[in-house]
Design a protein around this ligand. Structure first.
Ligand SMILES: NC(=O)c1ccc[n+]([C@@H]2O[C@H](COP(=O)([O-])OP(=O)(O)OC[C@H]3O[C@@H](n4cnc5c(N)ncnc54)[C@H](O)[C@@H]3O)[C@@H](O)[C@H]2O)c1
Length: 276
């Protein structure tokens, strides 16, 4: 789809780094943008930045783990800006643990925030986009971790298994949704970034519901990873991906060799069974 002043967007997790980059890119093209986040102050900060740069934006608090909150968000967005044509889903948590050591609460937390928040936001908002019949687009943020399973030594010594498993699920979900929405003139992309400069570790912990262990406050993690991509830069990749309706939005070429290796393994396994 073409992004312009007729684009009405909702960016969920819009107060965060990747959400902000996407929102900023959209606003620069004249789109009207609802910035939705569980942390209203960060959503307001991003909305104020967009407005200061000449854009039209509205900040709304939403809890993506609660369907009624998403319905209220969609209603408010439609009242403010009209029919929604673009949905960007960026809620996620980073959960660090070995897969064999993680208990049900850790798995539940990862599945709820990384997968179900996206499933729920799409289920509420995509049918509204289909109903009005205008061209549209959905972008779901997974991660490069959704394309290959890293070893700790490849990613700074951390165990990303729960993150990987849930981000693979986001990739599978989004590729399927792309097929389901194709006849409605709605493009669908899955964003699979490598490291982006953000405070994800801290936002994950401070918004953790009681049922998954409760909130925890840690210091800011933004700015700690050298050579992390800026949110502005990610936003430019996202816009290009939407306009070209790419299935995968790939921001970090460094991931290519790992993904190639994975597919090579799959191919070799096919070869093995072909010869059996
Ligand atoms: N930062 C990276 O290196 C990186 C890399 C690949 C993928 N990602 C993914 O990108 C997405 C965005 O991450 P980010 O790096 O911008 O982090 P971020 O912490 O800046 O953004 C996440 C936002 O989601 C919000 N949020 C949390 N729980 C919510 C809820 N229940 N309802 C609504 N909003 C909620 C947070 O307040 C925060 O503003 C995540 O899915 C993350 O897994 C990040």
């Amino acid at each position: 789809m073409k992004i312009d002043e007729n684009t009405n967007a909702i960016v969920i997790g819009g107060g965060g780094a990747i959400g902000r980059g996407t929102a900023l890119g959209l606003a620069r093209r004249g789109a009207k943008v609802v910035i939705a986040d569980i942390e209203l102050d960060s959503a307001e900060e991003v909305a104020a930045e967009l407005v200061a740069k000449g854009g039209e934006a509205l900040a709304v608090r939403v809890d993506a783990t609660d369907e009624s909150s998403i319905v209220a968000l969609a209603d408010r967005a439609e009242v403010a800006f009209g029919e929604i044509t673009l949905l960007s889903n960026n809620v996620g948590v980073v959960v660090v643990e070995r897969v064999l050591d993680a208990d049900d609460a850790m798995w539940g937390w990862a599945i709820e925030f990384n997968l179900m928040s996206i499933v729920r936001c799409c289920r509420v908002i995509a049918p509204r986009m289909c109903a009005h019949g205008r061209a549209g687009h959905v972008v779901n943020t997974a991660s490069m971790a959704g394309l290959w399973a890293s070893k700790p030594e490849e990613v700074g010594g951390v165990n990303l298994g729960l993150y990987t498993a849930t981000k693979y699920a986001v990739v599978g979900y989004t590729e399927t949704l792309r097929g389901e929405l194709a006849d409605h003139n709605i493009g669908v992309s899955v964003l699979c970034p490598g490291t982006v400069d953000s405070d994800l570790m801290a936002t994950s912990l401070r918004n953790r519901p009681e049922r998954y262990g409760g909130p925890e406050v840690i210091g800011q993690t933004k700015g700690m990873v050298p050579h992390a991509m800026s949110s502005d830069e990610v936003g430019a990749y996202v816009l290009a991906g939407i306009e070209a309706n790419r299935m995968h939005i790939l921001t970090h070429q460094i991931g290519r060799k790992f993904v190639d290796q994975r597919y090579e393994t799959v191919t070799k396994d096919f070869d093995f069974y072909a010869e059996l």
